[in-house]
Design a protein around this ligand. Structure first.
Ligand SMILES: Cc1cc2nc3c(=O)[nH]c(=O)nc-3n(C[C@H](O)[C@H](O)[C@H](O)COP(=O)(O)OP(=O)(O)OC[C@H]3O[C@@H](n4cnc5c(N)ncnc54)[C@H](O)[C@@H]3O)c2cc1C
Length: 397
């Protein structure tokens, strides 16, 4: 039985590997000139493959989707991913935050070894094949070199078309219209692990776009994240903001605005900061006084001024302002710049084997399914695990 996999990202390639290793004839169709472009970009940040935390904590990162992802992730857990990477000649290590990386800190050697393994298994890779849906005969249609070609409907098809972030890498989310037209429920695609818009003054924007803000503690609701963010021309982005992004995004969607709170002096308790500020300025400008006594960077001092029209002169009140800078966030940054995508093929549209209920010979894997998770290796882990699960479902059908 031959199987078609559409989408040559981590999910599609893992589905192809699992099927071919079991002896199936597999063809992978990819619209770009080469597969795995997003995986390669992920490698620029060191390629965080997965996370070493206990499995229950790990599963909790997927929020509501954890209930249905659990069996899939238990069947292909972080240990399986690490063994797989090591089998491709990429030994891994656990970083100080518990995140797991290949020792090379790159995706290219892993992808190269993976593609060689797939070729050895007989997987055929057809690039520059842009899938456009099914025709009236039920066959697959692709745009190739400006022409439309038809490929006979295979016994099983795996769709692994990715989300809608970084569309120039190939995943544009345009599959949502094709699947909706087939009666598949698709939850609106939204940015996840994304930046946000804030109403900076022109002077602040001009001077501090691109400036890192660290160390700081970023809070929203009950969530607190210590880390780093970057001021952008339109707002704020970076690891610590990404970690809060699902809650911030949902709050903005329901209330129109979300208040991000930033502690600019996270290493000093309030009373200690207050004591540091309780000294004469001795002819210094107020900015110099803040820089020297509270050790605030220029960007932190000016962020403080953005948030407070008047800075308090009384030490306790000033310390309070420094430890709780409130920035109203007005919207998410564009999905094109987000790390990942929320929404996608709805859980109700697939069965437990990731087969589409309305198209039983079609399986779905990877980021195009409706789950989201923070950065930390959770994205690749679930993409690979769902790719393996869709393939196993086909093998046992
Ligand atoms: C900057 C950045 C850094 C990241 N870093 C990490 C990290 O360190 N750790 C981590 O866990 N995750 C990371 N991610 C996220 C991770 O890369 C993705 O979650 C993962 O690649 C999703 O895999 P996928 O196979 O589902 O989709 P994709 O990797 O998006 O692959 C989908 C493929 O389908 C192809 N395709 C789409 N539509 C069609 C069509 N109509 N016809 C044919 N082909 C089509 C696309 O060209 C693409 O090759 C990062 C993402 C970004 C943008």
């Amino acid at each position: 039985m031959s199987v078609v996999v559409i989408g040559g990202g981590p999910a599609g390639l893992m589905a192809a590997e699992t099927l071919a290793a079991a002896g199936r004839k597999v063809t992978v169709y990819e619209r770009m000139a080469t597969p795995g472009r997003k995986l390669l970009i992920a490698g620029r940040g060191g390629l965080n493959l997965t996370h070493s935390e206990p499995i229950e904590h790990f599963l909790a990162r997927y929020g509501e989707a954890a209930s249905w992802l659990r069996p899939i992730l238990e069947a292909f857990p972080p240990s399986a991913l690490i063994a797989w990477a090591e089998g491709l000649g990429q030994p891994t290590f656990v970083g100080s935050s518990g995140r797991v990386f290949p020792k090379s800190l790159k995706a290219s050697p892993l992808l190269r070894a993976w593609l060689a393994r797939l070729a050895g298994l007989g997987v055929e890779l057809r690039t520059r094949h842009d899938w456009r849906g099914w025709n009236e005969r039920g066959n697959l249609i692709f745009a190739v070199d400006g022409k439309e070609i038809e490929i006979a409907r295979p016994a099983a098809t795996v769709l692994a078309l990715g989300g809608a972030s970084w569309p120039k890498l190939g995943s544009t989310g345009d599959w949502a219209n094709i699947l909706s037209a087939q009666g598949v429920a698709v939850t609106r695609l939204r940015p996840s692990n994304c930046g946000f818009r804030a109403a900076w003054s022109p002077a602040f924007r001009e001077r501090f776009s691109g400036s890192p803000l660290k160390p700081a503690v970023f809070s929203f609701g009950q969530q607190r994240v210590r880390g780093e963010a970057v001021i952008t021309a339109s707002g704020i982005e970076g690891g610590a903001v990404y970690a809060l992004s699902a809650a911030l995004r949902d709050a903005i969607e329901s209330k129109g605005e979300a208040m991000l709170e930033i502690d600019l002096s996270p290493d000093a308790a309030l009373d200690r900061l207050c004591a540091k500020l309780d000294r004469p300025a001795r002819g210094q400008s107020f900015s110099t006084f803040l820089r020297k006594s509270a050790r605030l960077s220029p960007v932190a001092i000016n962020l403080l001024r953005e948030a407070h029209a008047e800075l308090a002169r009384e030490p306790a009140a000033l310390a309070g302002q420094i430890k709780a800078v409130r920035i109203p966030l007005l919207g998410t940054g564009p999905i094109e710049r987000a790390i990942s995508t929320a929404g996608g093929v709805s859980r109700s549209a697939v069965d437990a084997r990731l087969g589409l209920r309305t198209l039983p010979d079609v399986f779905v894997a990877g980021e195009m399914l409706d789950w989201e998770a923070p950065t930390g290796g959770y994205l690749l882990q679930a993409s690979l695990a769902t790719g393996a699960a869709a393939a196993k479902a086909i093998l046992t059908a």
